[in-house]
Design a protein around this ligand. Sequence first.
Ligand SMILES: NC(=O)c1ccc[n+]([C@@H]2O[C@H](COP(=O)([O-])OP(=O)(O)OC[C@H]3O[C@@H](n4cnc5c(N)ncnc54)[C@H](O)[C@@H]3O)[C@@H](O)[C@H]2O)c1
Ligand SMILES: [Zn+2]
Ligand SMILES: [Zn+2]
Length: 342
Amino acid sequence: MKALVWDYNKINLIEKEKPTIIDSRDAIVKVTLSSVCTSDLHIIKGFVPKAVPNTVLGHEFVGEVVELGADVKNLSIGDRVSANCETFCGECYFCKRGFINNCENGGWKLGCSIDGCQAEYVRVPFADTGLTKIPDNVSYENALFVGDILSSGYFGVELCELKQNETIAIIGSGPVGLCSMACAKLFNPSKIIAIDINSTRLNLAKELNLADYVFNPNDCDIEFEINNITQNRGVDCVVEAAGGNNTFELAWKIARANAIVAVVAMYEENQVLPLPQMYGKNLIFKTGGVDAVHCKKLLEYISEGKINTDFLVTHKYSLDEIEEAYKLFEDKNSNCLKIAIY
Ligand SMILES: NC(=O)c1ccc[n+]([C@@H]2O[C@H](COP(=O)([O-])OP(=O)(O)OC[C@H]3O[C@@H](n4cnc5c(N)ncnc54)[C@H](O)[C@@H]3O)[C@@H](O)[C@H]2O)c1
Ligand SMILES: [Zn+2]
Ligand SMILES: [Zn+2]
């Protein structure tokens, strides 16, 4: 089969053996659609220490179950499934507490330390927890982002404990930030404020009615604008989904006293926590590699029409063209949000 592997700063589409069942809890999935994630770029650049070179890339996908290990209980051959970007056993200390990102037998494996989904077939360990059946009225394309980007967006909102009528600022209007906005709407906040240096993305957030206010730090003073619409208090909740030069600082500055600041972004450099400046603001910071535990619920929201992530697919490429797709995804000047690889 065809598969995309990486080596430092290089990717190659190669011919590889089709994966087979290794453990009785595995499934083999025929990939119908996959996507490229910012984290794939972090791997190729060498920023992910546990990533193994020459592994098949990719952890965001949907597909059809074609083979099952003897101990898989909840799936059948032919099921249409959405995959979780996290591999988790469901039984260890962390899994039992819902912290699947820290599973003692899993974690981020697919496309990182074991072969991932940018291929024709993929082996999914712990298939009962790693795969979720897609409802009949949801297409593969509708479900493509459930196990990674949409889960991450939801996770950010959940971390900052958004409540009805509260204000939430989301820094970064990339795929994760936009998904956070879509998920924030489920909680009926009073205002969703989108912040990004990319005006095209901000305009999209506004057009899709995902944000009530959009602010570009290059055009205005964000703290001033936020104070203006929050009676000088700052916002109740912040999701930092940008990972830019000064976005961690911006996140705590625009938070009101006693707010929760959720840091979903992955930084390439250390950040400064200036405690003397924050003294008395009594902030709570939460950080997170996504605990993607809500895939079933998110698929239900999609099925009920409460969330729709179809707008994220700005480009489509075949697996044969995946090297082109990476070039486009990496190009900061392209208007690409997410790519569907078929
Ligand atoms: N925690 C997790 O499990 C998890 C999962 C997926 C992605 N991520 C991380 O979340 C972040 C967002 O992911 P994405 O796919 O949306 O990435 P992205 O790069 O497409 O989006 C980031 C956005 O932030 C904006 N930005 C950059 N610098 C800025 C600044 N100084 N001020 C305002 N906006 C700025 C960019 O213009 C861009 O639109 C990344 O850091 C990614 O690695 C984390
Ligand atoms: Zn990802
Ligand atoms: Zn576990």
